[in-house]
Design a protein around this ligand. Structure first.
Ligand code: KPL
Length: 315
């Protein structure tokens, strides 16, 4: 089976390495420097299950040759452009979205339809993951803890059932932890709520995820959780604060050594996913007449940090 990883940063490269280590055929599509290093020296994985892996890598999607599955690990703000390119270059192919944020499927389906795919909803499935990875430099990724991937049960996956089954088979075969849920929308919120607390705070304070166990940061995280949970409830997803706190504590423990994706982006001077996570929570909260002061504050502070070009403080 041939898999293309579209958006080979930290997470996409790590998934690519795990697939190749199990004998799968993989092409990483990513940025020039990373691609050149992977081609010349292989991909180095440090931390959990380390090694150096030989993978095909390219800066652009290939327009020929068979591709069975596209794993999309681009940042949420790059999703429309990436899907537009996929839609233009390839005929409809099972496509799994593994990014952070709310509403990714709708964005992907719209862009693919605009680019010419017929009924893209039959190909596009969403997956949620909590696998921590840090890009240490071109061709070097640290796998810094444990996590898993969640997909809808095939019976509840709707038109993209085939993509879900492919992902379940592939990840199951190579040993990437993957599980199913019949309440996937709730799982999307679960991840977004955790991201809404971990990502902006670790980015603004320049700390690893594990530091959110400290009382003062934990209190800030709790405020963000409360607001995100209130919006999830207003949107019709039953979630309570105790469950969200337990999730946060579990992810903070499991990814303690990781620098969140938002912190990594801020440190590299790249755009962050604040709009797709906290910004989207704010937008939906407003729709329900909610005031979300803690969320509004982190959004404003991060936007100011990005505007001023000031990277995250080192921990
Ligand atoms: O999803 C993540 C991210 O950094 O974006 C977590 C799970 C919080 C790991 O850092």
């Amino acid at each position: 089976m041939r898999t293309v990883v579209l958006g080979a940063g930290a997470t996409g490269s790590l998934f690519g390495a795990r697939l190749v280590a199990a004998g799968e055929s993989v092409l990483l599509v990513g940025r020039q420097e990373h691609v050149a290093t992977v081609r010349a020296h292989g991909l180095a994985i440090e931390g959990v299950a380390p090694g150096r892996f030989r993978l095909d890598a390219a800066e652009r999607l290939p327009n020929d040759g068979p591709v069975d599955l596209v794993l999309v690990t681009v940042k949420s703000f790059d999703l429309p452009t990436a899907m537009e390119a996929l839609g233009r270059i390839r005929s409809p192919t099972p496509t799994a979205l593994l990014g952070n944020g709310l509403g990714l499927e709708a964005t992907a389906v719209r862009s693919l339809r605009d680019a010419g795919w017929e009924r893209p909803e039959r190909y596009v499935a969403r997956a949620i993951h909590t696998v921590p990875a840090t890009l240490l430099g071109a061709g070097r990724v640290r796998a810094s803890g444990s996590g898993d991937v969640v997909v809808p049960t095939p019976e509840t996956a709707g038109p993209a059932e085939r993509t879900v089954r492919l992902l379940l088979d592939l990840f199951g075969r190579v040993g990437i932890p993957i599980r199913t849920t019949a309440t996937f929308e709730r799982e999307v919120w679960r991840k977004v709520i955790v991201n809404a607390a971990i990502n902006p705070l670790t980015a603004l304070h320049g700390v690893t995820n594990g530091r959110l166990a400290e009382p003062s940061l934990h209190a800030e995280a709790r405020q963000l959780l409360e607001e995100a949970v209130a919006v999830a409830q207003a949107e019709g997803t039953a979630f309570d604060l105790e469950e969200a706190i337990a999730d946060l504590e579990r992810v903070v423990r499991a990814t303690a050594e990781n620098r969140s994706s938002m912190l990594q982006d801020l440190e590299r001077g790249r755009p962050t996913e604040i709009a797709a996570i906290s910004g989207e929570i704010l937008r939906r909260g407003e729709r329900h007449g909610r005031s979300l002061p803690a969320t509004a504050r982190v959004v404003a502070e991060l936007e100011a940090r990005i505007r001023d070009g000031a990277p995250g403080k080192p921990s």
